[in-house]
Write a protein that binds this ligand. Structure first.
Ligand SMILES: Cc1cc2nc3c(=O)[nH]c(=O)nc-3n(C[C@H](O)[C@H](O)[C@H](O)COP(=O)(O)OP(=O)(O)OC[C@H]3O[C@@H](n4cnc5c(N)ncnc54)[C@H](O)[C@@H]3O)c2cc1C
Length: 390
């Protein structure tokens, strides 16, 4: 497994549970504390619970009671839906919001430490037919039965398999931050997720870190950006300026942060294939998606469960056949989510006018965020491949 992010660690654990040996090679010298909140629907929480991580997930994460979509200026409700305990009742697993660092700690706790090789940046590999040889920047060389690129949006494995095309800037940057909840006590926020939509931007906030921090991510449109990094800092003043004129609750939350980070959104078109021989991809390496369905991490988690199930089902057959099966099962679902996430960028950022009025009327009539409306997404069991075509 190349990459020790959410996707790589979950896949390694899923493979071990299915009876395979799996090693993770991560370029960073430590499992990183960088990042903010991650949204996890019951489709992904179910996979982690099955891997024996339920206790850690519920200890470190938060179960939001509801999701509430509001108008940017007057705070009017556009749609509101319950999340928990409805998700548990309908789909047997909760909806969880969690800090990325806490989630990495929970998942890695399920793996023997000696299986996680930090400070290993993959430089290249060679598929020899019966096995794969790979080498790293620290001089280490390994031999493996197969190789999985779980190395994120700038994937080296993807570049070697399919060419090195840079991801495109998506015309959007986010200001993100974390605020200790005691600073916001006067707002009396429900333990839930709120999303504020307005012209050219939207802002989402929810609780993470056992409910001790409120995570916010506020998106605004920009023409140009030259780099993508999770560690770029922005001042709180700059974030406030980006949301000038928005509802006082939003300005209060941003203003209570000690620091802000800026995150530029990048995009790639869906790939027609992920696997060549004994090498495949998972997570952002093959299907990065805008976070506007809250499914980036969840789909990487599903990939790991499906990959392990396909390899187990293949038994002693050629692993290359199992990788083709995995790719066939996963591609339609993640491509659909990539497309829906792109469409949400346009829907969330509409200028006030007839289009926005039609959108608001549609949300008020039918809603699209309730556990019922998202049945196709939430009830899906990524590890149950028996009923899917081989
Ligand atoms: C530092 C960081 C912070 C993030 N913060 C947030 C956040 O706050 N909110 C959010 O919604 N999403 C965040 N994400 C993205 C989110 O984690 C992913 O979109 C999603 O979880 C899919 O995960 P993944 O495992 O496919 O990819 P990633 O999470 O990107 O993990 C890829 C891993 O591969 C490693 N890697 C890359 N190249 C190599 C190489 N050549 N050799 C070895 N290892 C390599 C990377 O160091 C990384 O650990 C963050 C990602 C990163 C890397």
């Amino acid at each position: 497994m190349i990459g020790g992010g959410i996707g790589g660690l979950t896949a390694a654990l899923s493979l071990r549970q299915a009876g395979f040996e799996a090693d993770v090679y991560e370029q960073a010298p430590a499992l990183t504390h960088i990042g903010g909140g991650i949204n996890m629907g019951p489709n992904a929480a179910r996979v982690l619970i099955r891997l024996g991580l339920g206790e850690g997930l519920l200890r470190e994460g938060v179960r939001p009671a509801s999701t509430h979509q509001r108008r940017w200026d007057d705070g009017r409700t556009l749609q509101r839906a319950p999340l928990n305990p409805q998700c548990e009742e309908l789909y047997g697993a909760p909806h969880v919001t969690i800090h990325r660092a806490d989630l990495l700690a929970v998942i890695s706790s399920g793996l023997p430490p000696e299986r996680i090789h930090l400070g290993h940046r993959l430089l290249g590999f060679n598929d020899k037919g019966g096995h794969v040889e790979a080498w790293f920047d620290n001089g280490v060389r390994i031999d493996a039965d197969m190789l999985v690129g779980a190395d994120g949006i700038h994937s080296a494995v993807r570049a070697i398999l399919f060419g090195d095309e840079a991801p495109k800037f998506a015309g959007c940057v986010a200001y993100r931050g974390l605020v200790p909840v005691e600073r916001l006590a006067d707002l009396e926020l429900e333990i839930g997720s709120q999303s504020w939509v307005g012209p050219g931007g939207h802002l989402v906030h929810y609780f993470v870190s056992r409910g001790e921090l409120l995570n916010f991510v506020g998106w605004t449109e920009h023409d140009e950006w030259s780099r993508e990094d999770w560690t770029d800092r922005a001042t709180v003043e700059r974030a406030l300026a980006a949301f000038e004129g928005w509802h006082p609750q939003i300005r209060r939350i941003i203003g209570a942060a000690d620091e802000c980070f800026i995150w530029a959104l990048f995009d790639r078109d869906p790939l027609p294939r992920w696997s060549v021989g004994r090498v495949t991809l998972l997570g952002d390496a093959c299907h990065p998606m805008y976070p506007f369905m809250g499914q980036g991490a969840a789909q990487a988690i599903e990939d790991g469960a499906a990959l392990a199930a396909c390899l187990r089902a293949a038994g002693d057959a050629d692993p290359a056949v199992a990788l083709q099966h995995y790719e066939r099962l996963r591609l339609p679902r993640v491509t659909r989510l990539q497309e829906l996430s792109r469409a949400n960028k346009l829907r969330f950022h509409m200028r006030d006018g007839p289009g926005q009025e039609a959108r608001d009327a549609e949300w008020a009539r039918a809603g699209d965020r309730s556990p019922d409306a998202l049945r196709w997404l939430y009830e899906f069991d990524a590890g149950a491949i028996e009923s899917a075509p081989a």
